[in-house]
Design a protein around this ligand. Structure first.
Ligand SMILES: [Zn+2]
Length: 191
């Protein structure tokens, strides 16, 4: 569990079977537990309890911002990513969860993969949930690793290629794909 993670009001933090809700949380009708603050979830693994500590001065993410995010899960139409930094201001103090979609590609699975670092445009922040689109020309995957061997994939015209496994993967890449100096500027480190 990432203790530095920030949740927003309404964002599920766990289900009631996992942790007993203490402070700063509400129980939803489906059995999920969500935050009532912008805050940090604290999981007490011994007592099986969850609380949220409110956090002040969380960097605001607005519609129209460009962000750098790491892909955590990929579903058919959307992906879930952790926002690491804003362009051009740099790393966020607390990573934020975002829903990533592509308004052009039919399937997000053809555009990115788990572990990818992407640049996206914030198109919505309704109810504190950030939605990021990677379809603009200046958005897409900045760095991607082979999901078999972990080697950084190289760009080949329209696809990415693992030189060790000799396989290609489909991605929507940025023009400056693989530019780790840029990544360093955006999020303070290269993965
Ligand atoms: Zn490989």
């Amino acid at each position: 569990m990432n203790n530095e993670k920030i949740v927003v009001p309404g964002e599920p933090v766990c289900v009631i079977e996992e942790f007993t809700p203490k402070t700063g949380v509400v129980i939803n009708s489906n059995g999920s537990v969500s935050s009532i603050y912008v805050g940090k979830p604290l999981f007490d693994f011994k007592r099986r309890e969850v609380s949220i500590t409110p956090v002040k001065n969380v960097e605001t993410i607005r519609k129209g911002d460009y962000v750098v995010a790491e892909v955590k899960h990929v579903h058919e139409r959307v992906a879930i990513a952790s926002i690491l930094g804003k362009i051009p201001t740099g790393p966020l103090k607390y990573p934020r969860t975002a829903v990533v979609l592509s308004r052009r590609e039919k399937s997000i699975e053809d555009a990115l993969g788990v572990g990818d670092i992407l640049v996206g445009l914030v198109i919505n922040t309704k109810n504190g949930m950030v939605t990021v689109d990677i379809s603009p020309y200046n958005c897409g995957v900045l760095l991607s690793k082979c999901n078999t061997c972990g080697r950084i994939l190289v760009k080949k015209v329209k696809e990415l290629y693992c030189q060790r496994c000799r396989k290609t993967e489909k991605r929507k890449t940025l023009i400056d794909y693989g530019n780790t100096n840029k990544l360093l500027n955006y999020v303070g480190f290269a993965k």
